[in-house]
Design a protein around this ligand. Structure first.
Ligand code: ADP
Ligand code: MG
Length: 254
């Protein structure tokens, strides 16, 4: 059975894309067949997988609007080990263009049905908002992975996201659940971060994964080489942490 996971957090710059590309690469290294869906018009996951977002004949935009079959839009970036349904600025228009379409929240889910048997994991990188795009991501998924920085306001933002997911679960996607809260850009030396990390554990228990992703410059510089950190420098602390996260995810067997 294919697992569909959405990497979501309505805040920007919290590590969604870094988590998506590194988890995809780590799962691929562990022998899984992975498709990464870039649902953000910024196309960061596309560029971070080594694909030039400006020169693409078909992207997730064409798939959502029914202009191209999904099979024609999926590409195989050479070095990363996973397949990609890419995105670029075209996608920003999809929001409005989808308004009149049937089953507009389920456009991605319906398209993915055609190819899901070819993959063990489908990972969806969401934009930082609760737009129709994110809704399409969340309506396709069984699980949400929430990357978060352990900062003072993080818990407040998390409550909003949890409520949104509850409401989606009730109205649009009864399968949806939070499967993982992942602490990212973590710095052990900062007491506040340790405190927030502990509060998170107390609140969300098992959903907070044991794996913690440290702040690591190799993860930040890898996208400029068109690679996830896990491929760019597998021996770095960041890469090892994402591999451990992938292993933890596999071992929990969702
Ligand atoms: P989002 O997709 O949520 O907007 P990104 O994954 O693009 O967030 O991350 C925001 C910025 O933080 C990027 O410049 C990224 O390279 C950097 N970053 C993400 N995770 C880490 C990390 N663990 N260590 C260092 N830099 C990181
Ligand atoms: Mg992003």
């Amino acid at each position: 059975m294919t697992k569909f996971f959405c990497i979501a957090n309505q805040k920007g710059g919290v590590g969604k894309t870094t988590t998506t590309i590194n988890l995809a690469a780590a799962l691929a290294k562990l022998g899984q067949r992975v498709l990464l869906v870039d649902l953000d018009p910024q196309g960061n996951a596309t560029m971070g997988s080594g694909v030039d977002k400006h020169s693409l004949p078909s992207t997730v935009y064409h798939v959502l609007l029914g202009l191209k079959p999904i099979k024609a839009a999926i590409i195989q970036p050479p070095e990363v080990g996973y397949s990609l349904l890419a995105a670029n600025r075209d996608l920003a228009g999809a929001e409005i263009e989808m308004v009149d379409l049937e089953r507009r929240e389920y456009r991605l889910k319906d398209a993915l049905k055609e190819i899901q048997d070819s993959y063990d994991y489908i990972l969806i990188d969401c934009p930082p908002s609760l737009s129709m795009l994110t809704l399409n991501g969340l309506c396709s998924a069984q699980g949400v992975i929430i990357p978060m920085q352990c900062e003072y306001f993080a818990l407040e933002g998390l409550t909003d996201l949890v409520n949104t997911i509850r409401s989606l679960h009730a109205h649009l996607n009864p399968e949806l659940e939070i499967i993982s809260i992942l602490r990212v850009m973590f710095d052990m030396r900062i007491t506040l971060q340790q405190q927030v990390a502990e509060q998170l554990k107390a609140h969300f228990g098992d959903k907070v994964f044991n794996s913690v992703i440290p702040r690591n410059v190799r993860l930040a510089e890898a996208p400029s080489y068109g690679l996830p950190g896990v491929v760019y420098d597998p021996s770095s602390r960041g890469a090892k942490a994402y591999l451990a996260f992938a292993q933890e995810l596999l071992s929990r067997n969702f």
